[in-house]
Design a protein around this ligand. Sequence first.
Ligand SMILES: [Zn+2]
Length: 305
Amino acid sequence: MTRDIAHASEAPTISDICDFKSPISRSRWTCGWIGWRIISTSMAATIETKVTVFLSQRAKTRTALSLMIFGTVLSDMVMAGDDAPHWTYKGDTGPEHWAELSPDYVTCGIGVHQSPVDIVNTIAAKLDPLVFDYQSRGTEIVNNGHTLQVNAEPGSELRVGGEIFELLQIHVHSPSEHRINGEAFPLEAHFVHQDAQGSLAVVAVLFRSGAWNEYLAKIGNEAPEVGRSATIDLDFRTLPIYHDHLSYYRYSGSLTTPPCTEGVRWFVLKAVTTASPAQAATFVSFIGEDARGPQPINARVIIEH
Ligand SMILES: [Zn+2]
């Protein structure tokens, strides 16, 4: 049987998945297979950590510092004064080359817990509900050349499993970065949260082609030119994602942009919303396609609830 594993640290343990004392436990073969994957994940993560430290202790330190100091990540900033190495979504500075562009970006190449992923072969489990307590507004929109990002005023929280994450920003990718059983979507929004220790939790919302979306319209209407910011008034209290018992996929991953830092908790909502084809085209016209392709799942487990 499964247990409530949302409290667990990044990777679930075998005891989270299998209770051998239970008469209705999963078969020993299934549990053994899951256990092997978890153990493999742990070993691979240990090796990856040692290699990463060896290759780039400075990079890790700088990344950690930048996470602590600036908080808002998932897209690097190309605003004036930022000396981060230039990266893009195609060509010589595209995703296949990110790890070569800077010692700070090595995790993009050697990480084994990278995002996004194609969500397949999931394991059903009981997970804590996502409790959205959004009480603030987005008042600034930034075009950083990689995405359109709405920065949140303080006061909006995501609570899950007794942990509290504050909403930092929302941004959009086109097409989607995550896939479900191989299916990509026209747009994907990322709600980026951070807890008091600096750990990140990202809620991903997928959009399929359909009805016009008023919130995306607001972002599209207020979008500034590359490298600029503008004012916006996005009331997070009215965002239509606050259902009780939201179903979602959960896995441990990374930032989907350089420096591809790992240890990010991902919650991909199963409920897919809609955006009109014209809205999706609008986002591409502003930014171009800004989606990293699916990364190897390796020995990770994707839990669904
Ligand atoms: Zn993102």
